[in-house]
Ligand binder design. Structure first.
Ligand code: HEM
Length: 389
């Protein structure tokens, strides 16, 4: 045989062997694939489970016996329902895989709180606009006298503006957290919105302390002027005289309407502050379990075992409800303290008010300050201007 023929014969033999082993491998692979398809899925799972799960020591009765008395469905239903397991790490919350209350919290936050809260603010703005259209600006009936009387000193005005400036920024940045993604994000775009929201969050966190200091100061300075007095009933009965032109029910330093504002700011502010601190330092100040337990004495039947996440969710919801309510009240206050009433802003601007304004709105207070006899009739104001001789 020539050398060339011998070489060709070796090649053919090698190719034959390669092809034969390839076919054998392919056949094996097909066989394995086919048998995998033929075995039902459950059987694989069962085989695997058998290797990991011991039969229940209390006598499992699930067919197959591999899961004991509990099915997977029961287990995952309990997990979904927020079952608390135990963990050995310090963070005990890690023992709860799913905190189910988060669902209802989200539904409340994105539902009633946002919708009712937003509607309340819009209704308030509507009422103010309507009041302005119907009643117009409340004027000083006797006209300005040109003489002034000190209404608020420097410390009082400092307390007021500290509270007011902090509150307004807190309100705007807080409303951004509730409504920003609906109202501002589409207008400003994600970058600008993210930046202002982050800065707003810092402002919200830090200015809360200014607000708290402000309400403490206001409380100390004005609480004695905001206790109930006999003039409040008359003032309320006459609707503060603001609906009827020329009606001026007597009042001390603060009338009944202002007392409502004062106590709303103090009590609402206290409540917002406590829930805010609870949110600022998560899980450190649980407030609601104990509050609910105290309320249950009166038969409310509120849940008391809220868990750390539940506490935070209640704190957030309460914070938002009270904040929106207080903002609605303060909107009315800002209107009457500025555009709504001639001469009112000076009280918090310079601290000096026109004497005629003071006699019309706070007749008893003016008499006290000036040492005059306390007026007791229903309709007080400055003496009517006498025509010049
Ligand atoms: C631009 C915003 C504001 C203006 C123009 C304003 C104006 C005034 C004025 C003029 C007074 C004195 C009324 C009087 O002499 O009888 C006053 C009092 C008061 N302000 Fe404001 N205020 C503003 C914001 C706020 C805010 C945000 C709060 C609290 C969150 C607040 C709380 C109070 C309280 C508690 C009083 C005493 C009670 C009363 O007069 O109603 N103010 N404000």
């Amino acid at each position: 045989m020539s050398e060339a023929k011998e070489l060709a014969r070796k090649h053919i033999w090698a190719w034959g062997r390669f092809r034969a082993s390839g076919i054998a491998l392919g056949a094996l692979f097909l066989l394995a694939f086919a048998s995998a398809l033929a075995v039902p899925q459950g059987a694989v799972a069962q085989t695997n489970d058998r290797t990991v799960a011991e039969p229940s020591p209390v006598g499992g009765n699930v067919p197959g016996g591999h899961l004991g008395a509990n099915s997977d469905t029961d287990l995952w239903r309990a997990v979904r329902g927020g079952i608390q397991g135990t963990v050995s790490i310090p963070n005990k919350q890690a023992g709860q895989m799913i905190q189910s209350g988060g669902d209802s919290w989200r539904a409340w936050r994105n539902g009633p709180i946002t919708v009712i809260g937003g509607s309340a603010l819009l209704v308030m703005l509507g009422v103010i606009a309507l009041f302005f259209l119907v009643r117009g600006r409340i004027r000083i009936d006797a006209g300005p006298s040109g003489k002034t009387i000190e209404r608020f000193n420097g410390i009082e005005r400092f307390a007021h503006w500290l509270t007011a400036v902090c509150f307004i920024i807190l309100a705007l940045t807080g409303l951004n957290l509730l409504y920003g993604r609906h109202a501002l994000l589409p207008v400003l775009g994600p970058d600008v919105f993210a930046t202002i929201t982050q800065l707003g969050k810092y402002a919200h966190n830090y200015l809360s302390f200014g607000f708290m200091a402000g309400i403490v100061l206001m409380f100390v300075l004005w609480v004695r002027h905001n206790l109930p007095s006999k003039y409040d009933i008359k003032w309320l009965a006459q609707g503060g005289g603001i609906l009827i032109k020329g009606a001026h029910p007597p009042s001390k330093k603060f009338n009944a309407g202002q007392k409502v504002i004062f106590w709303s700011v103090i009590l609402g502010g206290l409540s917002i502050s406590l829930s805010g601190i609870s949110l600022l330092f998560p899980f450190e100040l649980p407030l609601f379990g104990v509050t609910f337990a105290a309320l249950n004495v009166f038969g409310f039947g509120l849940p008391t075992d809220l868990g750390p996440m539940g506490e935070m969710q209640y704190a957030q919801m309460w914070h938002a409800w009270v904040a929106v309510g207080l903002i609605a009240i303060v909107l009315g206050h800002i209107y009457i303290g500025s555009l709504g009433m001639e001469g009112a802003f000076d009280a918090m601007g310079t601290g000096l008010v026109d004497e005629n304004w003071a006699r019309e709105h706070h007749s008893v207070w003016v008499a006290e300050v000036k040492g005059e006899p306390i007026p007791d009739s229903d309709n007080h104001g400055p003496p009517k201007a006498q025509p010049a001789e």
